[in-house]
Design a protein around this ligand. Structure first.
Ligand code: NAD
Length: 342
């Protein structure tokens, strides 16, 4: 029996999750919820996705624009076992009573407050905690990037504390109304930024502080990390552990010439659908360690990094695979996470 899935919100994250779901035989995509009649609605229709509208008024507007509508969100909720909510931050919490009314499980995104769901989720850290959960929140893109590296290092060497500066992209490439256009903004001025608290929703024991700056770029986020390990491994051992870890791509700047987000994205344009890089990219040449202290620089493709975690969350909630390693490997194979851009 396939798990029947719906996706509410068909923007940056929702359209990627919907496409990803179609690659897994254990899921059937029953439909997506689209509010606005625009190019994305026509694309969803041409992919054969059934389109539902949040309200009857929205349905009428979509139909008027020539988009065939299968019903309202309530009709979709009657047909699914689980909904992946990819609506704008805070909107998922407003939908929660509706999902509960229909007895449908829910996967929320990182723009929601942690209390929207029973579990804040990151596959490499706490896959099993989502077993049988009625609701799961996949943490944000930056938090997913932080947790992938922290849980990999924790597994091999132990992690005592983390200090991170997060350089955030101002907007996604499609957005036309967000900035800054010409500034570097402290986000927020008072520390820590919310990312530390968000990491603590998954790893409550971790000593972590984060600061964040927003910069005028759309391509990717970059993190500068300072980590104190429980042990003092050699640089070679750290590089080996990261190279062998799932969902982490090491990129050597010296041999490839890649030392920026622009060059990463340009490389991805040649080989990846939508130039997505769901892997966390660690700049190998930036890895420096001395007596258990570690610094490194990593990059996060905000549009796609949470897609594999959403698939894993579904697998865990329905116990389709109980072994986290197997679940993650299967997800990565089907999504084409080759850990290389050539
Ligand atoms: P988005 O604005 O690109 O997409 C949201 C979609 O939901 C839009 O198509 C919008 O029209 C639609 N929508 C708005 N109100 C709706 C409603 N009431 N009912 C149904 N649909 C509605 O947003 P996004 O970037 O995809 O973000 C979605 C979630 O994912 C947020 O929680 C966000 O924090 C999180 N997230 C975003 C990113 C990112 O960088 N874009 C990364 C990780 C997580």
């Amino acid at each position: 029996m396939k798990v029947r899935v719906g996706v509410n919100g068909f923007g940056t994250i929702g359209k990627r999750i919907a496409s990803a779901i179609t690659l897994f035989p254990e899921f059937s995509l029953e439909g997506i919820v689209k509010r606005t009649p625009d190019y994305a609605a026509f694309q969803a229709a041409s992919k054969g996705f059934k389109i539902y509208a949040p309200t009857n008024d929205d349905a009428a507007k979509l139909e008027e624009a020539g988009v065939k509508v299968a019903g309202t969100i309530e009709d979709l909720l009657n047909r699914v076992d689980v909904i992946v909510d990819a609506t704008p931050g805070g909107t998922g919490a407003k939908y929660k009573p509706l999902y509960e009314k229909h007895g449908v499980r829910a996967v929320y995104q990182g723009g929601e407050k942690p209390d929207v769901a029973r579990v804040s989720f990151s596959s490499l850290c706490n896959y099993r905690e989502a077993f049988d959960a009625e609701s799961v929140r996949v943490v944000s893109c930056n938090t997913t990037g932080l947790l992938r590296i922290i849980c990999t290092l924790q597994e091999h060497f132990g992690v005592r504390k983390v200090r991170a500066t997060i350089v955030r992209r101002a907007a996604d490439p499609k957005e036309v109304k967000r900035g800054p256009v010409n500034a570097i903004v402290l986000n927020p001025p008072k520390l820590p930024s919310h990312h530390a608290r968000d990491v603590n929703t998954v790893l409550p024991w971790l000593d972590i502080w984060t600061s964040a700056l927003v910069v005028p770029t759309t391509l990717m986020h970059v993190h500068s990390l300072y980590i104190v390990l429980e042990t003092a491994p050699s640089r070679e051992k750290i590089v080996k552990a990261l190279r062998e870890a799932p969902r982490i791509m090491l990129v050597q700047s010296g041999t490839t010439g890649i030392k920026s987000t622009a060059e990463l994205v340009e490389a991805a344009r040649e080989v990846r659908h939508r130039y997505d890089i769901p892997e966390l990219v660690v700049f190998e040449d930036s890895i420096h360690t001395d007596k258990g202290e570690l610094v490194l620089t990593q990059a996060v493709h905000q549009e796609s990094i949470v897609v594999p975690e959403n698939i894993d969350a579904l697998k865990a909630m329905f116990r389709l695979e109980e072994d986290p390693g197997k679940a993650i490997r299967d997800t990565d194979n089907r999504l084409g996470l080759t850990k290389t851009l050539w």
